[in-house]
Design a protein around this ligand. Sequence first.
Ligand SMILES: *Cc1c(COP(=O)(O)O)cnc(C)c1O
Length: 375
Amino acid sequence: MLTYESLGARRIINAATTLTALGGSLMPAEVLDAMRAAAGSFVDMHELQHRLGQELAAATRNEAALVTAGCAAGLVLTVLGARTGPDPVRIQRLIDGHGERDEVIVHTAHRIPYDTAVILAGARVRTVGDVLQTFEWQLEAAISDRTAAILYVAGDHLPPGALPLEVVVRVGHAHGVPVIVDCAAQLPPVENLWRFTRDMGADAAVFSGGKALHGPQASGLVVGTHALIEAARAHAAPHQRLARALKVGKEEMLGLAAAVDRYLALDHEAMRERWYRIVEDWSAGLSDLQQVDCIIEDRNEAGQPVPRLRIDLIGERVRGRGGEVVQLLRAGDPRIEVLANGPKGIWIGPDLVSDEEASVVSAAVRSALLALGAS
Ligand SMILES: *Cc1c(COP(=O)(O)O)cnc(C)c1O
């Protein structure tokens, strides 16, 4: 059997975040069990998708839900759905190259690498506003009969120039335009599973299954209205249509469902306390070093309430050498990945490490800093 070791792919301790490039997140036993059980027999995939959608919708307090091959796949599917609705005639016209509604409105402040999903859905991004501000009338002006949807990116880490989601929903809906929210990494808090849709009125919210949910790496969850989700589903496998290439297996479907169940039942407060305990220990372990400053931040890189430790290199010997710290940790055994803060230093995050790994990270960061001459 091939393994990471036999392939020469080094195992990583992930003190960075749920990066796809590092494998996303790890699946707990209940998710693996659900996938194994799903793999044990054949099933009618239309029926499974339909029933699972109902269960996931109820569990997440939404009207409808759909399992996809990731958040990016969920964005492609919801844009396709917004372009055509569920009507097979309109879907066929799109397949035949005569698609309608070929624009998706995105705030300039929300341009992110993942909006390539719009292109894959055969539409183009029409930007509105600038990084500093957007006015309601600018959004109104951007809407036309070519508009399929407004793609909104959630998160406090983005530039401030976008309109509030409530305004976008009000304006969009006044023109019959659905609002799709990319909230791939917007968990925790768990309430976000229904906040953007049920509470704020967006038509779809799209989450990664392979990030904080700890579901299969190649899974995603769309929640929202029947209308948009049924339209999105009409493009998806097992149909032989445009999004066939984004197929989700029965194993991912039941794995993600188990992950959502687990996430809803987690003691989130206890988890937060554990995270704080780890970052406080990390900080204490470096407190004697005069050359570095440790700051406990309450939010992660996606603006979510997951603490992390920011280590600033301030002393003369270490200043500007953040990249070297990253490299030393990467070259170490075990290999440790952290988030780079440019030359200024690094961040280390507690949510993807075991207690044992947390101690390994603590010792390795300390010795990397000492190697640079910190004291
Ligand atoms: C991670 C991420 C995605 C992509 O999610 P996948 O589940 O990997 O497809 C999309 N948008 C944002 C903002 C993300 O952080």
